[in-house]
Design a protein around this ligand. Sequence first.
Ligand SMILES: Cc1cc2nc3c(=O)[nH]c(=O)nc-3n(C[C@H](O)[C@H](O)[C@H](O)COP(=O)(O)O)c2cc1C
Length: 336
Amino acid sequence: MRRRVMLGNTVLPDFPVMLAPMEDVSDPPFRRVCRRLGADMVFTEFISSEGLIRGARQSTHKLDIFEDERPVGIQIFGGEEAPMRQAAALAEAVRPTVIDINYGCPVYRVVNKGAGAAILQDIDKMERLTRAIVDQVSLPVTVKTRLGWDRASIRIEEVALRLQDAGITMLTVHFRTRKQLYKGAADWSWMLRLKENPALHIPIIGNGDIDSPEKALQARDDYGADGIMIGRAAIGNPWIFQQIKHYLATGERLPSPTLDERLAVCKEHLLASVEWKGERRAVFEMRKHYRNYFRGLPRFKPLRIRLVEAPHLDDVLETLDAIRREYAGYTFETQM
Ligand SMILES: Cc1cc2nc3c(=O)[nH]c(=O)nc-3n(C[C@H](O)[C@H](O)[C@H](O)COP(=O)(O)O)c2cc1C
């Protein structure tokens, strides 16, 4: 049975489609674009608990939330109880919809400190830490994790039950192990196992490799997910949320966005990023979005290279104008 996602006073639509937390991607400008284009909920990139309590600008800046992006979860990570409690309190003060805990990040600099996916190796600690954060804040607490540390040690069913006991409101599972990093396919059969467990009643959100309306449908109807979270497929393609929702509601695909829509959304994203994080960082971090923003344009490589090599905002804007001139009237045939 599909569970409705209720986060405090916020009730999400049936089978919510959410933007995943992604470092240097899921910032307020991009989250706002995704919300407007259909994401039912968005998450911040992960924020270091240690950085937050030190007051490091890099971390506190990530607590910014735009009013029109709610519902939004703030994701924190860390390996120690006291700083995680303090960080949760600091995050709560900016009134997100939920506090999300990261028990899935596989990168060395995080697991090396006993945080992120490292906690999958110590489920007692995971439960303790979660309980401490649930006790600390009055907002709902959610968790995002992976299947396990490696294939031999997957205990996701036990993890889900223990986190539920600790008081979390929703669990998102990326169906890969830490050892897999991003390699191989996400193993969605674990969603079936989780949903078959009658003792588990919190909503389970599935994550990993959803990049089309058809895969979203499979996640809902074949695997019984209560909702899905989309990461990489949203980079440069924030339309994926409305594409999926339209397809799930009607069985039909929306046409691809027009060139003018793509240019307008790309420019809005870029300008809001410059305003929020400054020109240098915004121009640099936007680079990972261009391939998908303009996917399908024939012979696009030279202009894409110009976009990713442009050193300043003015150069990017000029290149966007050049794209408008070069491809005026172009109709996208491929559906996204
Ligand atoms: C660039 C990038 C940054 C990420 N940063 C985070 C993060 O801050 N917190 C987190 O929980 N997961 C993070 N992830 C993992 C994604 O949220 C997601 O679990 C993973 O990409 C699988 O989903 P996908 O196949 O839809 O991309 C990141 C992934 C990418 C590609």
